[in-house]
Ligand binder design. Sequence first.
Ligand SMILES: Cc1cc2nc3c(=O)[nH]c(=O)nc-3n(C[C@H](O)[C@H](O)[C@H](O)COP(=O)(O)O)c2cc1C
Length: 257
Amino acid sequence: MEWSGVGRRITEVGSEELLDAMFGHRPRLVASALGPPPPAMVERARRAGMLVAGLAGTVGHAREHARAGADIIVAQGTEAAGHTGTIGTMTLVPEVVEAMAPLPVLAAGGIVTGRQVAAALALGAQGAWMGSIWLTSQEGEPHDALKDRLLDAQSTDTVRSRCLTGKPARQLRSAWTEAWEHPEAPEPLPMPLQIVLLEEAHERIERGIRQGHPGARELMHYPVGQGVGMMRERRSVAQIMARLADELHSALRVSVS
Ligand SMILES: Cc1cc2nc3c(=O)[nH]c(=O)nc-3n(C[C@H](O)[C@H](O)[C@H](O)COP(=O)(O)O)c2cc1C
């Protein structure tokens, strides 16, 4: 069967194409989630002088990443956008830091302010890894209608559901996620079949959003973490970085005074 789009990317050939594109950009770091980094990827990263990170939702995941050769562990709590486990960032980070020392650990999950970055450092992490915060930036990829929805959302407006990919992933609650949670709704298919199943529907919803169709806007759903409740303004990435640095410095000043 010839797959295109997301369907093709989750085949072996498709993922090779993605890795080729990624290595072509010569980034400093490559991260693996949903399992330890495959040996061929680690080897290729080493040859290219790149660091390898692994996203872990438990200490067990972190150990698997380390065994596979990860240089950095990202301890990601359940608050995070996308595929995420059930343990909160506050509990997971110190647990992973202690179990994996001296491997450097970054904290992830719900972090959208400099005060939280300071908290991550206090928990023993070397820094923070953030995803959701960029979605409402001026440079962020979502459509303006979705950015407005995210800016209005509370921390209670996300749901961890298998409806997006077949594995539990945190996303914005909407008519779409509610429909999948209905008692009479079918069970989502296992990954990767759910992704293939939904590809066309996602494209139609996205087209409807771009065309301003109100029904499509009701169905808007997107990976986002619980930190969305504190994402209040549309700012540039430079402004977000400057504010994070200011908040971090004030929090650290308070903690040492
Ligand atoms: C829109 C979006 C898409 C994401 N897609 C992926 C992905 O494909 N693979 C992955 O490992 N993590 C993905 N993530 C998770 C981020 O890499 C990051 O680990 C997470 O957002 C950190 O938690 P936070 O959202 O609370 O900051 C995604 C996050 C967002 C917001």
